[in-house]
Unconditional design. Sequence first.
Length: 681
Amino acid sequence: MKLTIAAVLALTTSSAMAADTDQQLFQPKDVFQLEYASSPTIHPSGEYTVFIRNYMDIMTDRRYGALWRVDNSGDLRPLLGGDANDHSQTWSPDGSKLAFVSNRSGSNQIHLYWTDTAKHAPVTRLTGSASNLSWSPDGKWLAFTMFTPEPKPAPVSLPRAPEGAKWAEPPKYIDKEQYRFDAAGYAKDGYTQIYVMPAEGGTPRQLTHGDYHHSGTLAWTGDSKRIIFSGNLREDAFDQPQNSELYSVTVADGTLTQMTDRFGPDRSPAISPDGKKLAWLGNDDEKMSYQLTQLYVMDLSGGEPQLLTSDLDYSVSDVQWSGDSGSLYFSYDRHGDGHIVRQYLSGQRIDLTDNMGGLSYGRPYSGGDFDVQQDGVLVYTKADAQRPADLVMQNGEQVQQLTRLNEDLFAHKQLGKVEEIWYDSKHGDYKVQGWIVYPPNFDPKKKYPLILEIHGGPHTAYAETFSAEVQLMAAAGNVVLYTNPRGSTSYGEAFAQEIHHNYPSQDFDDLMDGVDAVIDKGFIDEERLYVTGGSGGGVLTAWIVGHTDRFRAAVVAKPVINWYSFVLTADAYSYFTKYWFPGLPWENMEHYMKYSPISYVGNVTTPTMLLTGEADYRTPISESEQYYQALKLAGVETAMVRVPDAPHGIYSRPSNLIGKVAYILHWFEKHGEGDKRTAAK
C-alpha cells in the first residue's frame, strides 16, 4: 500500500499530538518527581518553619527527606543542603539550636544546627539510631530513645570450621515472643532504652534498663529533673500488648515511678509550659478491634485524671499545649478530613481547620502533621486531591500556603478530577462516603471502565487527597471509585465497630452499593468492572470474587486469605488473636474459617491476580501463595506477582509503586475485551 505525502504528514501529526497528549498526563516515571512536606517545626520566634522536604531519588530508587526552611512570607530554602535522610528535628527552648537525627555523617547520628552560624555537625558516635529527641526545659540536656543490643550466646556449642573452610551459616536460635516485625525483619536481642546527653554534645548516659521497651514520646518535667514516657513494663507484656502505662524516670539516678494504672494504653505524654499539668492519650481497653483514643489531663502533683474528649466520637492524636497552659491543640479525622482543634481545659473546643492531610502519596489515606506556635499560629500539611502535601500557615482567619513543591511537575499536567459522593447503604441505616476519580478529558457521553479501589486497615480511612496510584489508573482511561465502607475510621466508634469479629461482612455490601451508585450516573460500561485493594482491601477483594461474579478481573494485593494461618504467621500475632477474634484459632476454627476468603474459593470464576512483597511480615506472602494454588486447583485463571525485598508498605520504593500499578493495569487490560463470561474461563 502506498501512502501520499499528505497521508504521511497526517500520520506524523497524529502521532506527535498523541505524544503531546501523553506528556500532559501523569505518567509512571513521574512518580520519581513527586515531593511532599512533612513534620513542620516552627522556630520559637515564630518567624519561620523547618520541615522535611521528601523527594524520590531515581538513581537509588529511594525516598529521602532533607531539612528545609520556609519563612512566613513563603521564602523557601534548604536549611543544610545536600542529600540526606533527616528526621526527629526539635528546637532548643531558646531557639538557638536545632537537634535532629541524620545520616549526613555516614551513619545515623544526632546533629546540632546553630542558628547564629548556620553551621551543623554530628555530636554523637552512636552504634544505633536515635529517635524521640527532646530538650530539657533548661536547655542543658537532650533525651532520646535508642535500641540497645543485649546479645545472647547460642544455647549450644558448635565446632569451629577449619581455617579456609567454607561452612554454612550457623543455625539461628529464636525464643522471643515478638520475633519479627514488618519492614524491620527479625528482631535482634535487646530493648529500646532512654538516654540523656549534654546539650552541647558528649557521651550519652543510659537511664533505663531491663528487659522492656522504653519508647515513644519523651516529656520533661518543668524542673528538668524527670522524664515521662510510655511503656509496657509488665512481666506478661506479650499477653497484654495494649496495656501500657505512663512512667517517670529521674535523670539523676534512673528511679522509675508509675504514674497511671488502668487496663488500656496510655501514651504520648505532654507537659504544660508552666510545668503543672500532664496531658496524654489513651483509652479503657474493652478488647474491641477499634476503640477511640481520647485525651486526658491531670495535675502533676496528683489527683484524678480529667477526660476532655468524652463527647468527641473520633480518635485524638498529636497533642500540643498552648503557651498559657490553659488549652491544648490536637488533631482528629472526621469523614476523611483532618481537623485541628483547640481544646480548653474548661471544656470549650474550637475547630480551627479541616484541611490537614496529604502525607500518603501512594493511596489516598487520611493523616497529616501540624505544629503550633504558642500564640496560636498553626503550620500544617495541606490535604489536596491534586497535589501531595504542602505547608499552610493559619493565623486566625488568615490562611497562607507556604510551599508549592510540585508545581514544576503538575503545572502542565492534567490530573483526574476527584468528586465526593455519598450514597445509601442498603444493609443498614448508613450513608457511605466515597470519591470518584475521573480520567483526564472525561466525556460523560462515553462509557468507561470502572475500577473499585479498596482501602486497607480495615480500621483506616481514605480522604480527598492526592494518590499516585489512583491518578495513574485514571490516566490510563479508567473511572476509579474509592470509598469508606463500615469499619472505616472517622465516622464514629459505632461505625468502625460494625465489623468487630465480623470482617468481612456488610462492608462488602457497602462497596457493592457504591459501585451501583456510580453505574447509575450513566457513564460506566457494566461489562468492564474491575476491583483491587491492598491489605484489608486485599481481604475484601478476595471476599468479593468469592461472593459475586460481576467483576471482569480482580487484583488481590498483600491479602489475608486464611485467618487461621494469618494469626500464626503475622508479626503482631498476639494482638490479632486478642482483638480481632473471639479467641485462639484452634478453639474457634469455625469462626476463623467463616470469615476467610479461602473458604469461598470454590465460588470464584473471576480472573484473579495476587500481588505481595516477599518481605511482608504483616500479611505474609504465604497467604498469597495459598490463594494462588487454590485458584489453580479450582481452575480459575490466576497469576502471582512477587515484589522482591518489599515489606507490607510496597510503595516505600518508588519503582515498586510503579510496578504495582503497571501489573494491576496489565491484568485489567488483559481481561478487558470480549464477553465477560468468556474472559473468565
